[in-house]
Design a protein around this ligand. Sequence first.
Ligand code: HEM
Length: 382
Amino acid sequence: MAKGILVSNGLIWKQQRHFGIGTLRKLGMGNKGMERGIQTEAHYLVEFFREKQGEAVDPSFPIVHAVSNVICAVVFGHRFSLEDKTFRRLIKAFNSIVAFGNSHFYYMCEMLPWLAELLPGPLHKARFSRDFVRSFVRREIKSHKEKGRIDEPEDFIDFYLKQIEKTKNVPNSTFDEDNMVQSVFDLFLGGSETTATTLRWALLFMLVYPDIQDKVQQELDAVLSPSHLICYEDRKKLPYTNAVVHEILRFSSIILITLPREAVKDTTLLGYHVPKGTLIMANVDSALFDPAYWETPHQFNPGHFLDKGGNFVTREAFLAFSAGHRVCLGEAMAKMELFIIFCSLLQKFKFTVPEGVKEINTDIIFGSTMKPHPYKLCAVLR
Ligand code: HEM
């Protein structure tokens, strides 16, 4: 039976999800507590681009580094340097797990598992990566146990260890080390690639729409002093910028369709009978581009999130994080990360297309998340 949060069901999912959200909130999700960690990573990312002095650079790895470190700080209580070998191996392992999930070979494993076992390459590589991540998490758990600060928990693993202790005599409790390892795994898997991919789209769109980049920078300059440390509260004074961040999430539509879920009972949906056990995948993309809900669905238009007076408005069809019981567990965290990192970068740099590049490719690479093709940009200090 699947463990953790992302692909589990029934009691395991209910308990792990409830605990996961509650703990992320205790650790500051959606409030000041998590803000500091995000500002720290935004600062390192700004320094990375500053050191490049406007030379053409692929922003992917530094972005993945920043976003993964936000989760590391929450889950493990510490961050990694860009050069850290273990961290690089961890990112590589996650990439290879995601790549395996996107491959045709994965479908063969689902349909013909016996045949997959006979073809060692890809399956073994993915298992090796998965085992590396799991043993890394187990090592972290061991060192947390040794620190023995269950009574004053500081990160997700501390809180989880305390929860195991609290529920050890509760019948039906699903809090154990295997579920802890998988929940940590799921927070990484659900939280880092998605947010990093969205930020890669964000900077790519700024190259494609320099007039929109200008307008964001005009708003930032008009409202904040150049040395102001961006915080999430600033979004209330920056309606245009906030609208651009939401339009990036809509227009990049990185999830397209959700993971397969299962109807837990017979139900009726828009007049259709849906029997218990039916597999259901939500078509998030159809909502994000529905012409009945968006004025110019196939155009990058921050106006989608602004009213006539230029105030920020949310929209009913904005379902980038899905909806219902399986709605993204990290939505508040992701929105905070995207806003703070995006604003911190645009406050400091003008992003431009490297000299000699004539065309910008905005096609997607199809996969579990829709990624942009690799690209380079120049970050010119403003
Ligand atoms: C731009 C960033 C993000 C996007 C677009 C996004 C989108 C989504 C979507 C559409 C789902 C529903 C999937 C489904 O039903 O199959 C989901 C689920 C989930 N997300 Fe996110 N997500 C983002 C960031 C995050 C972050 C930062 C975290 C964690 C800290 C996170 C953790 C999760 C988890 C654990 C689930 C599974 C929830 C469940 O099965 O109950 N996500 N996300």
